[in-house]
Design a protein around this ligand. Structure first.
Ligand code: HEM
Length: 525
């Protein structure tokens, strides 16, 4: 007798027993429990006949939600994978969550079955922030995504763009170095460097997008842009709305939260439109048919004028760059700086490498490839502190196979990229910040040079939905770190032994919990 038949037999005998017992007749409460028992037994049969991935026992309506809670972060999911295996399934109310923690299965989700798992799940808050998928990052896999990704590639994600803008990036970074050198407090008490680096990154991204620049950290438009983006991040990243997403009957209780999201989104999009996009439209219109393409948004508006995308899509491309590009790169910089302060020998080795190879020439995008220790330091930062530890969630529109298991259609599928890169099964002393690992024990893999994909190391994902911004993020991170270590000795403030590298996570992000105060002592000579 197979399991299915056995279970049906079990259901029938349980029902028979219950219906004949005095207990049923006497206790009305049984009428409440009985349906739950039936649902549970049927779900057992269903799960086994479908061969769903293993997972904790799920109760009706709530599934596993009451057991696992809201904060489904990379560490909790990693510890669950030790119990349930490299792929497991959580039922969260009406949603299914499949968690993948194995390089070969990650290869299947992201690469060999990239089409099947290439969509993004929706949720009540993201539906508001993307107007039901008008954007690119969170939209399902299909024609709209393909068109948006193609249109964004040429003005943002090519080598030509990198070469065109790297001079501007380097200038922005030199300004940071200049500002830090003239401020005496920086070398005595130290500063929280985040805000200054944030201004630099806004200037880099807004320069590429709109040919625009914020004058200083006090520029009212800069203050407004950062406020809008951080509020958007807070509302979207919070775990506090999960209950309404998992259990639709609870959604009325989310009304206040969702109204807040709608209000913010309206004001934020109007801000992008009125101050930046409309400005570019005016400049383009003044030049008529022969308008020049001076920045990314000109190219994108041009695509809209040719009827390839809508006006709303243009706005959502701007919104996506604000969300995807700036904070991710900024978090990585903060992690790198904190680790460098805590590891002065790594700073010294970086300095030695730069001196020996470049012999006094400045670090630029075009000579970065000559600095393998610098590249390994960036790589090690993203391994230990993966900024998007579970990648952006994937989703299968149809029922799909993953290994021997069946993944129900429209499941949220997350790849635990942080655990792939920090599991002691695959890495020696993974908790150590040690760029040398890529020259010592990792030499046989795609450690530095590229080539065959190493599915243990996926901070940018891989495959169709991988991060197209990697082409900008890696050189930006490399040059910033190189400029900081060449110009400054980075230290803890007086009385502090180590920078606190505790982490704080959201639905998609992992950042440093306390923005570090760092002393930067200029290097003379
Ligand atoms: C250190 C910095 C960055 C990290 C760690 C990072 C990481 C990621 C990850 C993990 C994904 C999702 C991959 C997946 O779902 O499989 C992603 C998607 C994306 N990233 Fe990045 N990213 C960074 C910087 C950037 C930058 C600078 C840009 C743009 C200028 C950018 C634009 C995007 C876009 C548009 C997507 C969505 C791709 C799609 O859905 O097709 N990212 N990024």
């Amino acid at each position: 007798m197979g399991f299915g038949t056995k279970s049906i037999f079990c259901i029938l005998s349980t029902l028979a027993l219950l219906s004949f017992s005095k207990f049923v007749l006497l206790k009305p409460i049984t009428f409440l429990i009985l349906p739950l028992v039936i649902v549970y037994l049927f779900s057992l049969v269903y799960n086994h006949s479908k061969n769903l991935p293993p997972g904790p026992f799920a109760i009706p309506i709530f599934g596993n939600w009451l057991q696992v809670g809201n904060d489904l972060n990379h560490r909790l999911l990693a510890s669950m994978s030790e119990v349930y295996g490299p792929v497991f399934l959580l039922k969260l109310g009406v949603r299914n969550l499949t968690v993948v923690s194995d390089p070969e299965l990650a290869n299947q989700v992201l690469h060999t079955q990239g089409v099947e798992f290439g969509s993004r799940p929706r949720n009540v808050v993201f539906d508001i922030f993307t107007d039901n998928g008008q954007d690119m990052v969170f939209t399902i896999y299909g024609d709209h995504w393909r068109r948006m990704r193609r249109i964004m590639t040429l003005p943002f994600f090519t080598n030509k763009v990198v070469h065109q803008y790297s001079f501007m990036w380097e200038k922005e970074m030199d300004e940071v170095v200049g500002d830090l050198k003239v401020d005496e407090n920086v070398r005595i008490k130290g500063i929280v460097i985040r805000r200054r680096l944030q201004l630099m990154l806004y200037n880099i991204m807004y320069g590429m997008m709109f040919d625009a620049r914020f004058r200083s950290m006090e520029d009212p438009l800069f203050i407004e842009a950062t406020k809008f983006n951080s509020e958007r991040s807070r509302l979207a990243q919070s775990f506090e709305y999960n209950y309404g997403d998992f259990i639709p009957i609870l959604r009325p209780f989310l009304r206040g939260y969702l109204d807040k999201c709608r209000d913010l989104q309206k004001r934020r999009l109007a801000f992008f439109n009125n101050y930046f996009i409309e400005e570019r439209r005016k400049i383009m219109a003044a030049n008529g048919e022969n308008h020049n393409i001076n920045c990314a948004i000109d190219y994108i508006i041009d695509a809209q004028m040719k009827g390839e995308i809508t006006e709303e899509n243009v706005l959502y491309i701007v919104e996506n760059i604000n969300v995807a590009a700036i904070e991710t790169t900024l978090w990585s910089m903060e992690w790198a700086i904190a680790e460098l302060v805590n590891h002065p020998t790594v700073q010294r080795k970086l300095r030695d490498e730069i001196k020996a190879v470049l012999k006094g020439e400045p670090v630029t995008e075009s000579n970065l490839h000559q600095l393998p220790y610098l590249l390994a330091t960036v790589k090690e930062t993203l391994r230990l502190h993966t900024p998007i530890p579970l990648l952006v969630p994937h989703m299968n529109l149809q029922e799909a196979k993953l290994g021997v298991y069946t993944i129900p259609k429209e499941s949220k599928v997350v790849v635990n990229a942080w655990w792939l890169a920090n599991n002691p099964k695959w890495w020696k002393d993974p908790e150590e910040f040690r760029p040398e690992r890529f020259f010592e024990e990792e030499t046989g893999t795609d450690a530095i040079a590229g080539g065959k994909v190493d599915f243990r190391y996926l901070p940018f994902g891989v495959g169709r939905r991988s991060c197209p911004g990697i082409i900008l993020a890696l050189p930006i991170l490399g040059i910033v770190i190189a400029k900081l270590v060449s110009n400054f000795e980075m230290k803890t403030p007086p009385g502090v032994e180590k920078i606190d590298v505790s982490e704080k996570g959201g639905q998609f992000s992992l950042h440093i919990a306390n923005h570090s105060t760092v002393v930067l002592e200029p290097i003379v000579g």
